[in-house]
Design a protein around this ligand. Structure first.
Ligand code: GTP
Ligand code: MG
Length: 252
């Protein structure tokens, strides 16, 4: 069974469209599946609208009252999900719902444990992006190149075999759950080209705080993957502080 996890914050208009679309794609490809919406108490009433769509459908809606954040919302989805494969995607229709079967297939046939929807592999695309948006996205990806060979390390569209997460402690800062999982599990991955379309409804939540969290998250992941970096950093900091202390004593 497939569990499609949708983190939501103020996605009222999009949730009405994406939930029936996902059910229709699952039905059309004979995949047994459920949808899990993890909403952070959106003021626009996203959760209430999602709950109206339950009507006997395999749809679970979980509302977090006092927490915000995309990656931790996805982790909550993992806890609630009953499937053997989790699909994680944005709820704003930027990720093509029709690609779900293609994301799941390589895992089902045992070719890999994780698939990532990529805008930058052959066949992938971002529709109508400005130069600046393209540059920022590419640059963010470049910063993660020491962590993974993914062509699109900042992608938020993935499918993963549940067992891959067994015994792994996920501790993401901010949004990039895909990077967190790849670094911590070393999962065998495959990329699936996707055409990424900009949201038509609602607003982006990708603000300066999220961008700063990305840098902090990268730092944590680099230290995890290359513990020597952290040791060297600690050594330099401690060395500089004690040098400063000595200079200060001499100065006095
Ligand atoms: N539960 C939860 N979901 C969130 C939160 N922030 C964003 N999301 C959801 O995460 C997904 C991605 O957020 P977006 O705002 O679309 O960010 P983005 O896709 O990087 O940016 P755009 O391309 O500008 O839309 C959407 O489904 C959001 O509703 C949050 O704090 N909590
Ligand atoms: Mg979006």
């Amino acid at each position: 069974m497939i569990s499609v996890i949708l983190p939501t914050y103020n996605e009222l208009e999009n949730i009405k469209v994406i939930i029936p679309e996902i059910f229709s794609v699952l039905k059309g490809s004979s995949l047994e599946g459920e949808i899990i919406v993890v909403d952070d108490n959106s003021p626009d009433g996203t959760a209430a609208v999602a709950m109206e769509l339950v009507r006997g459908n395999p749809l679970k809606v979980f509302v977090r009252e006092n927490e915000r954040g995309l990656a931790t919302a996805v982790m909550k989805g993992f806890e609630i999900a009953s499937g053997d494969i989790y699909v994680v995607m944005d709820a704003d229709l930027s990720h093509p719902v029709g690609k779900i079967p293609e994301m799941v297939e390589p895992i089902l046939i045992g070719n890999c444990d994780l698939t990532v929807g990529s805008r930058y592999t052959s066949g992938g695309e971002c529709v109508d992006w400005t130069f600046m948006r393209r540059f920022t996205s590419k640059f963010s990806g470049l910063l993660a190149k020491g962590l993974t060979r993914l062509t699109d390390p900042t992608s938020g569209f993935m499918a993963i075999k549940k067992d891959t997460l067994n015994g792994i402690k996920l501790d993401p800062v901010g949004w990039k759950i895909v990077l967190e999982i790849i670094v911590k599990t070393g999962a065998r991955f495959q990329e699936v080209p996707i055409v990424f379309s900009d949201r038509l409804e609602g607003q982006s939540k990708l603000d300066t705080k999220v961008k700063a969290q990305y840098i902090a998250h990268l730092w944590k992941l680099y230290c995890f993957k290359y513990p020597a970096i952290f040791q060297l950093f600690k050594f330099c900091i401690v060395g500089s502080i004690s040098q400063l202390g000595m200079n200060w004593t001499e100065y006095r």
